[in-house]
Design a protein around this ligand. Structure first.
Ligand SMILES: [Zn+2]
Length: 306
């Protein structure tokens, strides 16, 4: 039974709330969450794309400050998401413009986007999940565009809004989630896969002392001050690790000093408990007992046969 808090709405919201986002963004995310409080939050990630898309749409319609996200009527959202099922969403250009206008666009000078742009780009990409294969074998057919995750979202949200004549569920309340980073300091930070445990190290091979989760991003800092990312670290998994260590909700912000942080790598699901899902930790916790008894029994049986 997966730990449900690994897929709860408040954790999904925290992954959308980097400290670099402009102030109106948080209100858009909270209003999107209010519409989706009764949504099934599951492992497959669909609900997360729904939350991202609706947040982006509400932001695009309200970032100028003329009205608050809660004043955008359901009929307007329904209309914005409507369109032929065989085409990408009409709202894509509008969202791109809103992000660019608020300094959250793609920056060609450094060839990268902001966290909000990256979230948008993943949701609207028609190549999601295909780039890895093409990079490995570029003599094979180039990837062909497929429906973006956002297009499937439009269908699910249309269904949701078709069923609701009044803005969301009357009186629905979204969890309150602060924007900004969760910073963990520890002298013992380890990353585990199913069959390995490694101290987390910077590219120069020093032990990492600080892990910083900010919205969808994770960065690390070693004792020498080298700041870097790590290919198998992921925000939700680090948040779950902190939650296991402290008992706090995984969506909290602030600073924590821990004696130890053990996070699972991206090859294990978000809800994994390293004590159960890592071979070494599991063996240490449940040592094979009674082996001597087994041998004694075998010898006993052999002895009787003699
Ligand atoms: Zn270093």
């Amino acid at each position: 039974m997966p730990d449900q808090s690994a897929y709860d709405l408040d954790l999904e919201m925290s992954l959308l709330l980097p400290s670099s986002a402009p102030p109106p963004w948080s209100a858009a995310v909270h209003e999107a969450a209010r519409h989706l409080v009764d949504h099934p939050w599951e492992q497959n990630g669909q609900a997360a794309v729904d939350l991202t898309t609706l947040s982006l749409l509400l932001f695009a319609r309200t970032y100028t400050g003329d009205r608050a996200p809660k004043d955008v009527p359901v009929t307007e959202l329904r209309e914005a998401l409507a369109g032929p099922a065989d085409r990408e969403l009409r709202i894509i250009d509008e969202i791109a413009e809103a992000l660019t206008a608020t300094g959250q666009g793609y920056n060609p000078a450094v060839s990268r986007g902001t966290p909000l742009w990256d979230l948008f780009n993943t949701a609207r990409s028609q190549y999601t999940g295909q780039l890895g294969a093409s990079a490995l074998a570029d003599d094979i057919e180039p990837p062909t565009p497929r429906p973006s995750p956002m297009r499937y979202t439009a269908g699910r949200l249309a269904q949701l809004f078709a069923d609701t004549s009044v803005p969301p569920v009357e009186g629905a309340v979204a969890p309150e989630v602060e924007s900004g980073p969760l910073v963990v300091e520890s002298d013992r930070i380890q990353i585990v896969t199913a069959d390995s445990i490694m101290p987390l190290r910077c590219p120069q091979n020093h032990d990492v002392r600080t892990v910083r989760v900010d919205g969808p991003e994770v960065s690390t800092e070693c004792g020498q001050g080298h700041v870097s990312g790590h290919w198998s670290l992921e925000a939700a998994r680090v948040r779950m690790a902190v939650s296991r260590a402290t008992g706090d909700r995984p969506s909290v912000q602030g600073k924590r000093v821990l004696t130890e942080l053990v996070t699972v790598a991206t090859d294990l699901p978000r809800h994994s408990d390293p004590q159960q899902d890592n071979a070494f930790l599991r063996a240490a916790r449940h040592p094979v007992v009674g082996r001597d008894d087994v041998f004694a029994q075998i010898h006993g049986v052999i002895g009787k046969r003699r």
